[in-house]
Design a protein around this ligand. Structure first.
Ligand SMILES: [Zn+2]
Length: 126
């Protein structure tokens, strides 16, 4: 059974292949691209430029829901609140500061600004 988006997805593949094939119609064939959605199937020639472009597009895609990996366990994915779905730790200094602020009800400490102690005039004591 086709979904409301099937026609759009299949048309996008078909248009993409046609657009790139038009630039280099003699490019070597790499295979065939078959996409099936619901009861509809699209079989398209897969030339090398299209294969390269699809690979680049798929690897370069960043989903806006992706918040990165956890720095603590290095494998867990972060949720919208930057909490690791695997270990439950709030990720990063910013996340930990916000978590401490929320749980303690305290104002987060400000980092010390300025140069080394005891040197206030910038002359290195000369
Ligand atoms: Zn984690």
């Amino acid at each position: 059974m086709s979904t409301p988006h099937s026609a759009d997805v299949l048309a996008a593949f078909r248009d993409f292949v046609a657009r790139l094939d038009e630039l280099d119609p003699q490019a070597p064939m790499a295979g065939e691209l078959t996409v099936g959605l619901g009861d509809a199937t699209e079989r398209l020639p897969l030339r090398l430029p299209v294969a390269r472009a699809l690979t680049e597009a798929l690897r370069g895609y960043h989903d806006p829901r992706e918040r990165g990996n956890c720095a603590h366990c290095a494998g867990g994915r972060l949720d919208d609140d930057f909490v690791c779905r695997s270990c439950g730790i709030v990720n990063g200094l910013f996340g930990q500061t916000i978590a401490r602020f929320v749980t303690d009800g305290q104002t987060p400490r400000q980092p010390e600004l300025g140069g080394p102690r005891g040197i206030s005039d910038g002359t290195l004591g000369d």
